[in-house]
Design a binder for this molecule. Structure first.
Ligand code: PFF
Length: 461
């Protein structure tokens, strides 16, 4: 184990796992998903998914990782067999594809940070048009997302304790503080209460199957589930750690940050008369308007701080994503970590190029496929397959594996390490019910319905 590295302490693991969880998913994606799927209705379904599916799956992943001290492939191989190891491989593939697109969005955030700090972003009149033009700009995007991947590789190549833990411990609290400040500001704006109502009061008539699978997909995205990231991180923690508590802290932190991001965005959206359903541009279009309103100097400082912290949040996530193939190859091939981290980063960056160019730069990639009644870009397609569908599928196979192959008894034994009161506790009953019944049934139904609806246009509900 000493050659693989380890987290130095429990708080180190929680900070790194929370750093993995808190990222673009919370601040960029959550508000626009909520805005596209009914605000309060989405929030409610999301919270239910977090409790009944997200938290149990997170506990399951960490437990598999710690028990086997292995990457996802080896973990399933050790406790199951060759066939089950395909679930681990699927997770690693999802992680690679996911990072290839995630890094593109991280590049957008990085570009906004540079533009607001050193350029003239705040003097722009039409932020909508500016966002569309920015994401279609080939050279800027290549530079920014390459820079992002480069920094990620530098940190991952140094190993577990060096960069990852330290950065997370300082930056996460700062991000939280800045969010709180912006929430207070946004609540003072005219029409803010409209936004709050939209976000916090659910309109039940808006809940349909699409709300449910979007919320579920968002829960997996946001908690970093289904691709073995937490099996990987779990493989580095101590037997003395209490997994039930650690997973709980990570889940709460992640959910809190997403909730706060919504609380910041929706009053702003309603105060400037924007549509909450603006899609992926939401944060990039709404926030600069507000920074502009705050004034040229204060707006620049706050705006630059915001995008910098967003970049850091994204960085702790890209680090954990790159850690998935890196740990896998370090374990399996015994190649040096440094070389693996760099080679993986370069390959994943190249895999991401078509997604990057599918935001308006190259027509055939921008209108790549047609499903769900609309034209989809490569970017959309990769997120649909490897995130919205791929991650819940990974989660489904994992709960089936734990409940039917590995066995709940062994699962309990591992969870009892570092938690002597676990056996017979409320949490043990809760995890049994969710992992054996609620999660598999729910995930299987949603998986089938989503695939039929998205790709075959067949509506069951
Ligand atoms: N949870 C991250 C976010 O919300 O931005 C995304 C992510 C990071 C997913 C790492 C998966 C992962 F392994």
């Amino acid at each position: 184990m000493s050659t693989r590295g380890a987290f130095s302490s429990k708080i180190g693991f929680v900070a790194a796992a929370a750093g993995s969880a808190v990222g673009l998913g919370n601040i960029w994606r959550f508000p626009y998903e909520a805005g596209q799927h009914g605000g309060g209705a989405f929030l409610l379904v999301y919270l239910i998914c977090i409790v009944l599916i997200g938290y149990p799956i997170m506990s399951g992943e960490i437990t598999l990782g710690r028990n086997t001290r292995s990457n996802p492939y080896r973990a399933y191989h050790k406790l199951g067999n060759r066939n089950w190891s395909l679930v681990g491989i699927w997770g690693i593939i999802c992680g690679i594809m996911f990072l290839s697109v995630y890094n593109v969005v991280a590049g957008w955030a990085f570009g906004y940070f540079i533009e607001i700090t050193f350029g003239s972003l705040l003097s722009i009149k039409d932020f909508d048009a500016h966002f569309d033009a920015s994401i279609a700009d080939v050279s800027d995007n290549i530079i920014y997302s390459f820079a992002f991947m480069f920094i990620t590789a530098v940190i991952v190549s140094r190993g577990i304790q060096g960069g990852i833990e330290k950065a997370s411990k300082i930056l996460m609290p700062l991000l939280l503080l800045l969010l709180l400040g912006l929430i207070f500001y946004s609540l003072t704006l005219p029409n803010a209460m409209e936004g709050i109502k939209y976000y916090l009061v659910p309109d039940f008539s808006l809940i349909n199957i699409e709300t449910i699978y979007s919320a579920l997909g968002q829960a997996f995205f946001s908690l970093s589930l289904g691709m073995g990231a937490l099996i990987t991180y779990g493989s580095y923690i101590s037997k003395k750690d209490n997994i039930v508590v650690s997973a709980g802290l990570v889940t709460i932190t992640d959910t809190l940050v997403a909730f706060l991001a919504g609380l910041m965005i929706f009053p702003l959206v309603f105060s400037i008369g924007q549509s909450p359903a603006a899609g992926p541009g939401l944060v990039f279009v709404t926030l600069p308007v507000i920074f502009q309103q705050i004034g040229p100097i204060a707006g620049k400082i706050i705006g630059s701080g915001f995008f910098l912290l967003l970049c850091f949040a994204a960085l702790t996530s890209t680090i954990s994503l790159l850690e998935i193939p890196t740990t896998f190859l370090v374990d399996e091939k015994k190649w040096p970590r440094k070389r693996i981290a760099w080679i993986s980063a370069i390959i994943i960056f190249i895999i991401g190029l078509p997604s990057m160019l599918s935001q308006g730069a190259v027509e055939s990639l921008t209108h790549f496929l047609y499903y769900e009644g609309q034209s989809k870009s490569v970017f959309d397609f990769v997120f649909d397959v490897f995130s919205d569908i791929g991650l819940p599928l990974g989660g489904l196979l994992m709960v089936i594996f734990i409940a039917r192959k590995w066995g709940m008894k062994k699962f309990d034994e591992e969870l009892s390490k570092g938690n002597s009161n676990y056996s017979g506790s409320f949490m043990s009953t809760f995890l049994h019910i969710t992992i054996k019944w609620i999660a598999p049934v729910f995930l299987a139904i949603i998986f089938v319905v989503t695939v039929l609806q998205k790709f075959f246009g067949i509506h069951i509900f």
